[in-house]
Design a binder for this molecule. Structure first.
Ligand code: NAD
Length: 694
């Protein structure tokens, strides 16, 4: 008899109760207990009907993810659910908390479902690259119709009890005491002599003839490269087209394919990595945190406005400071416009817009910042300007206030040294657009205090970001790797590739856009100005001129001038290859005596990706990132690296580090370029036959 599930009787109703904290996950013990208690209930002559309920905070909330990858131990969940469905006595699921995945599938094996008003139900397996593999794809369509089932299974989002009632997933919603409510419901069924209601015997409703083809089409763009959403559609289609038993077989097959797929392995990796990044190695879990109940942002430009919105969205009052009234008004107007646009799309009410605007307080005076808990500086990327700002902050801010900089390229230690409190200074590197992008690289300076790190990591979560802790170096983790890739992309074009070809290779790998579409979006003048600065400051070591300099000097800055590496039509962001750019590139090659050759797609992939892997290895060696997973999360949330490939370093492991190392060494020999000098860590792992994650 299992200890985690128990059977008792309340009057004429048998109660099967799951008690496996924290979330009653459907591990082996729970499955076994559910089975034996059902048998006990069926054998109990006094019990006229059975209620299944979870103790503690929830009905079983899903599979036990600790069992993933281990050999299966019986009984299998589909078999347990099958026994419930075959029961000769009525079984009622009493749902509270979150009945997700296998939890909802258990409930679907019951005849009726009663939910607490605060409960949620859902089938989120798709988010781990899987599908509900215990009958969910076969039973839910029978209960709610194929279209509604597709929305839930392919979308993966839970629905609230009230909606579940409307959809017909649950039969009753109660408030107060769930067990009382479920027992009352069960007694009434018994009194009414209600018949058994096995979902497998219900007919599936199909609303549209071409539902599945059109559904596939509707998700094709957004779910490009993912396997699970398309397998989910196939499984629901099987529910419509095949008898129940055959549909179950099909579900099993499709589930099995996903379970061993690289896409699901990558998605599960990302799922864990995203949780793991919040835990900073070496920072004790009980490190105290400073209170953050108010914030200030310096600079109301592109980044400052978006950063302020994050705080307002989280309900934290935020002041925003500019030197000139005009810039302040402009910044505030853009924030308002952003909110109004969201309201127009129906995602905010006008009242919420006003509430958020009321949390953002414009100011022209540093003296207004004396009481704030955290300040984020987002002024021009210039050390002198940063120095002036941090000296002012040091003067006015209260002791213990956290002073953060959003710099992308400047030395955080140097910025900290402008204050008399370097322990309170940290980098908070947001990505553009700052109110949208989920990544936040938190940059730990040499002197940053532990409690400042702990506070900022927690604050990241509070304002809806995925915070990753990194160390100080040029470009930190993300941009440092990105710049190497961009340089390689430019060089590939020098040698004979064309920009559209380079972009296509990386788009096909799964990036939302290629390197050149990306630089057109960001504006090519930014990089140009940085290169020009370097050429002035340090001509010996400066980056050589390349064809992109010529583009900028010809007025082609990117999307904002409707011309960059590609052409753009008015109001259209689609990159179109440009004959003018081809000419500029050809002229550049000619003037510099570059003989062109054919560059293969494979070479583009290797050079653009392996250069990042090599740099990533250097970043790990230097301790700029603590773990490979930190690098991977940065690439996924900051640059749209495809989740189904798990991140740059997870992907590298799949390719094989030996393969990558050999190529990196070859490129190094051929070019003599430092960027291709194999990172010792890469060399070591490759020679030991290991990966970043082994
Ligand atoms: P921006 O030019 O759009 O905005 C800068 C704002 O700062 C302007 O509104 C300006 O009036 C104001 N400002 C200048 N000096 C000031 C001072 N002394 N006091 C108060 N306000 C002052 O620039 P941005 O793109 O928002 O960049 C700001 C910072 O964010 C830079 O350090 C940049 O490196 C960093 N950053 C930018 C991006 C990006 O994609 N734009 C991404 C990450 C980080």
């Amino acid at each position: 008899m299992s200890e985690v599930v128990s059977y008792r009787r309340e009057g004429e109703i048998g109660v099967i109760s799951v008690n496996y904290p924290p979330v009653n996950a459907l591990g082996q013990g729970v499955r076994e207990g559910l089975q034996s208690c059902l048998r006990e209930g069926l054998a109990d002559d006094q019990a006229k009907a059975l209620v299944v309920i979870g103790e503690g905070r929830t009905f079983p909330a899903g599979a036990d993810i600790r069992e993933f990858g281990k050999p299966p131990a019986g009984p299998a969940l589909p078999d347990v659910i099958n026994e419930y469905e075959s029961s000769e006595k009525l079984v009622i699921a009493a749902i509270h908390g979150t009945a997700l995945g296998g939890g909802l599938e258990v409930a679907l094996g019951c005849d009726y479902r009663v939910a607490l008003d605060s409960a949620k139900v859902g089938l989120p397996e798709v988010k781990l690259g899987l599908l509900p593999g215990a009958g969910g794809t076969q039973r839910l369509p029978r209960l709610v119709g194929a279209k509604a089932a597709l929305d839930m299974i392919v979308g993966g989002n839970p629905v609230k009890a009230k909606n579940a009632l409307e959809m017909g997933i649950v039969d009753d919603v109660v408030s107060g005491d769930l067990l009382e409510g479920a027992l009352a419901y069960a007694r009434k069924l018994v009194a009414d002599k209600a018949p058994l209601r096995r979902i497998r015997d219900l007919d599936v409703q199909t609303e549209e003839a071409d539902l599945f083809a059109s559904y596939e089409k509707s998700i094709a763009r957004k779910q490009r490269g993912f396997k699970a959403p398309f397998h989910c559609i196939k499984a629901v289609q099987a529910a419509v087209e095949l008898p129940f038993e055959e549909g179950m077989k099909r579900e099993r097959e499709l589930f099995g394919e996903l379970l061993v797929s690289s896409e699901s392995a990558a998605q599960r990796h990302v799922f864990f990595a995203e949780r793991e990044v919040a835990k900073v190695p070496g920072l004790p879990k009980d490190t105290p945190k400073r209170d953050v109940n108010s914030a200030a942002v310096i600079g109301a430009g592109t980044m400052g406005g978006g950063i302020a919105m994050n705080f307002a969205n989280a309900g934290i009052p935020v002041k925003i400071l500019e030197v000139k009234e005009e810039a302040l008004e402009k910044g505030i107007a853009i924030i308002r416009k952003n909110y109004e646009n969201t309201a127009k799309k129906g995602r905010l009410t006008q009242e919420q817009v006003e509430q958020r605007m009321a949390l953002i307080q414009p100011t022209l005076s540093y003296d207004d910042l004396g009481d704030v808990d955290v300040v984020i500086e987002a002024v021009f990327e210039n050390m002198d300007v940063k120095e002036a700002v941090f000296k002012e902050l040091d003067r006015v801010c209260k002791p213990g206030a956290i002073l953060a900089t959003n710099t992308s390229t400047l030395d955080v230690n140097r910025i900290a040294s402008f204050t008399k409190r370097p322990q309170d200074v940290i980098g908070m590197h947001f990505f553009s657009p700052a109110n949208v992008m989920k990544l936040l690289e938190n940059v730990r300076g040499e002197k940053t205090a532990d409690d400042v790190i702990a506070t900022v990591m927690d604050l990241s979560r509070r304002i809806g970001k995925v915070g990753v802790l990194v160390g100080v170096c040029h470009g930190f983790v993300g941009n440092r790797m990105l710049h190497k890739r961009q340089a390689e992309a430019v060089q590939l074009v020098n040698e004979g590739a064309n920009p559209a070809q380079v972009d296509k290779v990386l788009f096909d790998l799964g990036f939302p856009m290629g390197p050149f579409a990306m630089s057109d979006l960001a504006g090519m003048d930014v990089g140009y100005r940085i290169r020009e600065e370097l050429r002035k400051e340090n001509p010996e070591n400066a980056p050589a001129r390349n064809w992109t300099d010529e583009l900028v000097e010809n007025g082609r800055m990117g999307q904002k001038t409707q011309a960059g590496v590609f052409d753009y039509k008015e109001g259209d962001r689609t990159p179109v290859p440009s004959a003018e750019v081809d000419k500029i590139i050809a002229k550049f090659r000619e003037e510099n005596g570059i003989a062109t050759r054919e560059v293969t797609d494979q070479e583009i992939l290797e050079r653009c990706m392996y250069v990042m892997v090599n740099e990533g290895a250097k970043i790990l060696e230097e301790g700029i990132a603590a773990r490979p997973l930190d690098v991977d999360v940065i690439w996924i949330y900051g640059y749209g690296f495809p989740v189904y490939r798990g991140g740059v370093l997870f992907w590298a492991d799949q390719v094989g580090l030996k393969t990558i190392y050999d190529k990196v060494s070859q490129f190094h020999q051929e070019t003599g370029d430092d960027v291709w000098k194999p990172a010792p860590l890469l060399e070591k792992l490759a020679k030991e036959g290991k990966g970043f994650y082994s």
